[in-house]
Design a protein around this ligand. Sequence first.
Ligand SMILES: NC(=O)c1ccc[n+]([C@@H]2O[C@H](COP(=O)([O-])OP(=O)(O)OC[C@H]3O[C@@H](n4cnc5c(N)ncnc54)[C@H](OP(=O)(O)O)[C@@H]3O)[C@@H](O)[C@H]2O)c1
Length: 269
Amino acid sequence: MTQKVAVLGTGKIGEALLSGMIRGGWAPADLLVTARRAERAEELRTRYGVTPVTNAEAAKTADTLILTVKPQDMGTLLDELAPHVPADRLVISGAAGIPTSFFEARLAAGTPVVRVMTNTPALVDEAMSVISAGSHATEADLAHAEEIFGAVGKTLRVPEGQQDACTALSGSGPAYFFYLVEAMTDAGILLGLPRDKAHDLIVQSAIGAATMLRDSGEHPVKLRENVTSPAGTTINAIRELENHGVRAALIAALEAARDRSRQLASGNN
Ligand SMILES: NC(=O)c1ccc[n+]([C@@H]2O[C@H](COP(=O)([O-])OP(=O)(O)OC[C@H]3O[C@@H](n4cnc5c(N)ncnc54)[C@H](OP(=O)(O)O)[C@@H]3O)[C@@H](O)[C@H]2O)c1
């Protein structure tokens, strides 16, 4: 029997996932989508050949439901869905910060729930998606979630207790790199380079460094030492980074992001 997958609340992340799944070989005929606005639903049908349905229809028809509304809209969506979701359907939440217990409390007893925290590079198939099982999710459910989110990048399983830490590292992670690029581009301007050239130099250096980190198998310390010659330029820059406490700032920043994720998860908005 063909497995039908529904994406409920198909916005930026939902659409990235949908398009990745289609590129990965899912048949559009097996994909259902829901949207709040009719014109958005039509846009998705035209763009991908998928079938827009109501949330209730998706709940009744699809084997797997992927919920990608904003966290603040999740309660309303679940109120709408809960009466229609049979307890054997896999429910995957893509919403930041909401624990699986939130879904389990609102769905039929025993419904398997998997929580996934992805990040915006899902838009370019380079996501880091962190996957955790709820109380009733099986190995097969986790494998199914990995298969779906694997269409837009890498996946990693963690116990749910580590989700707030992962949100701080990879959920918000791309923003830190955007921030670094912005700051380094400003530095390029200070050094007399035009903004577009400074931007290109930094972005390509970031891509090169990221590729080396991923593909070389070397520790980042080794990679940095390889470009840090005695009395050279890099060590002078590193001294300034240390003088300004950049390492300590990063540790504190990620701790603050983790703490905020915990607050949001406990309903403290
Ligand atoms: N963007 C990120 O950086 C990122 C990263 C990781 C995880 N996430 C998570 O991914 C989820 C989606 O984020 P996003 O940035 O993709 O948000 P988004 O673009 O606003 O997408 C959510 C979509 O859900 C629709 N919607 C809301 N309530 C609905 C309902 N009851 N029925 C059907 N559709 C409904 C919204 O419709 P309207 O267009 O009418 O508002 C919108 O199109 C969030 O929970 C977020 O925590 C996001």
